[in-house]
Design a protein around this ligand. Sequence first.
Ligand code: SAM
Length: 283
Amino acid sequence: MQRMGTPSETLYLIKKHDFTIQKRYGQNFLIDENVLRMIVDAAEISEADHVIEIGPGLGTMTGLLCERAAQVTAVEIDRELIPILKETLVGIPNVEIINEDILKLDLNRILEDSAAKYKVVANLPYYITTPIILKLLEEKYPIESITVMIQKEVAERMQAGPGTRDYGALSLAVQYYSRPVIVTTVSQNCFYPRPKVDSTVIRLEIEKEGSVAVKDERFMFRLIRASFNQRRKTLVNGLTHGIPELTREQIEEALRAMELPLTVRGEALTLAEFAALSDLLHK
Ligand code: SAM
């Protein structure tokens, strides 16, 4: 395999294939070998793993992943990149390239081996960060971990706790379905073209059972969404408007039972408190 992940190699490939960088696909290619290695190390890939890479781009990280994993399935939306990937990954036996939109792809087509250990690794196109992470978590695919480069602000939202500006529905979903660990922040200079935002590598360790006990997780997430949709309102007002089948009296009674003030806002509640509230309100 040729040496990848340097600025000169990236520019050479782009020029050779007369490739036009597509902003709409969030194409910011990694041009720093240390960062590449850091992502792959953080993913803790072993010979037993089947890695799903979202957006292989020029194949820069794909080759490294193939060296460590049993199998790599790389899903790339841009068909103009497929001939480049065929060239950069030539001769590598354990890679499959799928030319599709990861958001539309039925992942069960890939995750069909019940004996395999699946891990997702990606330098994500930032425009799909939230939908793809929520899809991977909520659909409960048999994935062990997700190690991704994402926008720094989004990584901070994923890790945020109650009472902070960044805390919201995304924090609670990520922290219910997984244990997020920030690996490192990455300078804008490590990409070509240079993005306008800073980046962070985050690893989500999937929790098979959910990190708190709750009778009906769908109902809990309805409560969470309703309370953060109306961020400036009290929790009672947010839920009265957002969940039509609940009366103000029922919500107030549940808050009293939890010894929370009736003026409390959703952003003050921990995940465990949302779970307790959900169990009290669910019929
Ligand atoms: N992995 C490469 C790297 O690190 O240099 C490229 C990363 S670049 C930030 C994101 C990649 O995701 C691009 O190759 C882009 O074409 C691809 N992509 C964008 N949207 C996608 C989607 N919906 N499904 C699959 N791939 C997508």
